[in-house]
Design a protein around this ligand. Structure first.
Ligand SMILES: CCCCCCCCCCCC(=O)SCCNC(=O)CCNC(=O)[C@H](O)C(C)(C)COP(=O)(O)OP(=O)(O)OC[C@H]1O[C@@H](n2cnc3c(N)ncnc32)[C@H](O)[C@@H]1OP(=O)(O)O
Ligand SMILES: Cc1cc2nc3c(=O)[nH]c(=O)nc-3n(C[C@H](O)[C@H](O)[C@H](O)COP(=O)(O)OP(=O)(O)OC[C@H]3O[C@@H](n4cnc5c(N)ncnc54)[C@H](O)[C@@H]3O)c2cc1C
Length: 633
């Protein structure tokens, strides 16, 4: 064990195992996760971490071990695939959930156990604007079939992930059977027998290489009427159409994935913080006091300023992810029972948090990489690969700006309800105070009040102010004679800013609520420090908002920075222990810099020597290209 890392793990002020249990949702869950990891994967003789793992083996193993709980499947898969992407991830996270939520019982029993599929919604011309999709589905009562057709080049289905050219069960979204409705179809056709289908791969991408993203062009392809997923909407044999309770029920799978992505952003950020903080504990560089030994780079204040707010953010997003999936499960259960009353709130929350967490984590991964200097740029650190795999999450499953605007739509609607005298409940209930001017700037003491509850209140006031400013911008545009749509478009910068502040407040509130539930004094203390750091760091980044909201005075601004520096110093002794609590196994992290034992340099030399480029003393290219050239000179 590297002596620095060893020293960092002495004098712990909190019980790491208890913090790991909190992250897992209890000691039993931690034990089960480790059992799956150690016994069912790492100690499985059929599992050789070095060789490309096969999907069929994984599926057969899941069946052999009787693992069917979605969380446990995820634990098994994340150990099996490490930080990489699995080839058929889309089957699990989109195709199956769509069948589960959109099939009627007959279809469910017929299809679910049998097929592997993809989700073909996006077209070359439209990914965001679903009401603009062009693929048509025309019902032919004579043959009881739908005729699927791609009328234009922009209607070609583009991006479906995991679309193996050999088979093609896929979920379609096609243009409206009626004014504003979409429907989902299971293709049911298989290649190459089916004529009228042009299929292929969209070509090399930035990353995401484990997943083959394809294209699909349909030329009047016929599928049985029964292939329309008919839980919510039906087309009867006579061609009559039964509308769903809400046209947005078709969007359900996207809301599910967005809810999952929130916690995933926390996991990915926790992986990168583990790598960067462990490496910063063993890396010595330059000098602080002339003539003294080179310090650990983790002792530089700038290095702490780069990494510790991200560490706090990783914990914040992991807790937000737990809250998000609990809320999704609760409300989707109600929707299943026909109660759609909270569907708008679920959409607004999942859309906003998906955008907020992925944008922040995306930037954070790069900060972690750069904080490791040159070795961060080496694939041995795992950081470049983590970035390449994570960054499309800002685009897929709802492009982030568009998602923030969806949340803004809900905030504006809520604001108008408050103005009309309605009493709001749920995540936007803080807007009730805006109307009664309870949100007038509080008398803020000369010193910054560090109480976490006060900080949450300040974030609430900031969010409410920005919601009101966005609403006022729309009103001003309208007053200038702009139509409603132009007034909206001319206010979208303010609207995104309001949504971002709303999400920031929600995440801090969830973090504070989680800390309040922690009973162990040591764990409560260290998590309270991290929650303060998360809040103060955000106040430092958005000082203008807090000044504008009147909850921070110019005289107090220096104390924000002073307080931040104090919190960084407070976190320093626990930094390595806090990433140990994430409990990422070396095999899963797959990072020379993030090793639990901290023996970075020896491992890096071994990693480099094992490179295919070093398989021979002299690379074959010398004999093939340079030597013949030399002979001619
Ligand atoms: C571990 C993880 C690994 C994750 C790893 C997994 C890998 C994933 C790979 C990527 C897979 C994909 O990308 S699959 C493709 C993903 N594609 C998308 O996400 C498409 C994004 N676009 C959309 O969702 C939609 O077009 C919208 C929401 C932007 C706009 O929809 P629209 O129908 O035009 O609605 P719009 O006019 O804006 O609003 C009309 C009303 O509908 C409401 N509304 C809109 N959507 C919804 C909704 N979902 N639920 C409830 N209500 C909704 C609005 O709030 C509004 O209410 P009111 O204000 O009138 O009351
Ligand atoms: C790695 C990866 C995997 C994918 N896998 C799948 C898959 O399996 N199945 C599938 O169906 N799709 C998949 N997609 C497609 C993905 O869902 C779309 O790319 C995504 O929804 C964004 O849509 P778009 O590409 O049309 O971008 P656009 O919407 O064209 O975005 C371009 C720009 O326009 C802006 N913009 C668009 N609309 C508005 C608006 N109303 N207001 C303000 N600005 C706006 C956006 O903010 C953005 O800056 C995948 C994409 C990627 C990158």
């Amino acid at each position: 064990m590297n002596p620095d890392i060893l020293r960092e793990r002495q004098n712990a002020t909190f019980d790491i195992e208890k913090l790991t249990n909190i992250l897992d949702g209890g000691a039993e869950r931690t034990n089960r996760r480790r059992e799956i990891r150690e016994v069912l994967v790492l100690n499985d003789p059929d599992f050789d971490y070095g060789t490309p793992t096969s999907l069929p083996t994984m599926i057969l193993k899941l069946r052999e071990y009787g693992i069917s709980d979605p969380v446990e499947i995820n634990w098994y898969k994340s150990m099996y695939w490490g930080t990489g992407r699995e080839a058929l991830g889309l089957h699990y996270v989109m195709f199956l959930p769509t069948l589960y939520t959109q099939c009627d019982s007959e279809q469910f029993n017929k299809w679910v156990p049998l097929i592997i599929g993809t989700y073909a919604q996006t077209e070359m011309g439209h990914g965001t604007h679903l009401r603009g999709l062009e693929t048509t589905a025309t019902f032919d009562p004579a043959t009881q079939e739908f005729v699927m057709h791609s009328p234009t080049v922009t209607s070609i289905k583009w991006w479906p992930g995991g679309r193996n050219p050999l088979f093609l069960p896929l979920i379609f979204l096609s243009i409206p059977l009626s004014a504003s409705l979409f429907d989902l179809f299971l293709s049911g056709f298989a290649l190459p027998t089916c004529s009228g289908i042009v299929i292929g791969d969209i070509g090399p991408k930035f990353g995401f290489d484990a997943v083959d993203n394809g294209y699909l062009k349909l030329e009047h392809v016929r599928i049985p009427r029964e292939n329309m997923l008919m839980k919510y909407a039906q087309v009867k044999p006579d061609g009559s159409y039964v509308k769903p309770l809400s046209s947005k029920l078709t969007y359900g799978t996207m809301v599910f994935i967005r809810s999952l992505i929130v916690g995933n952003a926390g996991i990915v950020l926790s992986q990168c913080c583990t790598i960067a903080i462990r490496y910063s504990a063993v890396r010595h560089q330059s000098e602080i006091r002339a003539g003294e030994a080179e310090p650990q780079i983790l002792d530089y204040q700038t290095q702490q300023h780069k990494l510790f707010p991200l560490l706090a953010t990783a914990y914040a997003f992991l807790f937000a992810g737990q809250y998000m999936i609990d809320t999704y499960n609760r409300i989707s259960g109600d929707i299943n029972q026909g109660d759609l009353s909270e569907m708008p709130e679920l959409h607004a929350l999942s859309a906003g948090l998906k955008a907020f967490t992925t944008w922040t984590a995306n930037t954070g991964i790069e900060v972690c990489r750069m904080s490791c200097g040159g070795h961060g740029y080496s694939r041995s650190s795992a950081l470049p690969d983590i970035y390449v795999e994570f960054t499309p999450s800002c685009t897929y499953e709802g492009e982030n700006t568009v998602m923030m605007l969806q949340t803004a739509r809900f905030l504006m609607k809520s604001y108008r309800q408050v103005q009309a005298g309605q009493q709001l409940s749920g995540a936007v209930s803080y807007l009730n105070k805006v109307h009664h001017r309870v949100m007038a700037p509080q008398a803020v003491s000369s010193q910054l009040d560090l109480n976490l509850n006060t900080l949450v209140d300040l974030y609430e006031i900031r969010a409410a102010m920005l919601v009101e400013l966005a609403a006022q911008s729309i009103q001003q545009e309208s007053a200038r004679g702009k139509c409603q749509e132009d007034s909206w478009n001319n206010s979208t910068i303010d609207l995104v800013r309001a949504s971002d502040a709303h999400c920031h407040y929600m995440v801090l509130k969830m973090f504070r609520d989680k800390v309040d539930q922690i009973e162990d004094p040591g764990v409560h203390s260290v998590m309270s420090t991290l929650a303060h750091l998360y809040a103060i760091h955000g106040m430092g980044n958005f000082t203008g908002d807090f000044l504008q909201a009147g909850v921070l005075t110019g005289a107090q601004v220096p104390s924000v920075s002073k307080c931040l520096k104090g919190l960084l110093a407070e976190v320093r002794p626990s930094a390595v222990l806090l990433v140990d609590a994430f409990d990422h196994h070396d095999k899963m992290l797959n990072s020379v810099l993030g090793r639990h034992d901290g023996n970075v340099y020896e491992a890096m030399f071994e990693w480099a020597r094992s490179s295919p480029l070093n398989r021979t003393e002299v690379h074959e290219s010398f004999h093939k290209h340079l030597k013949p050239l030399q002979a001619k000179l």
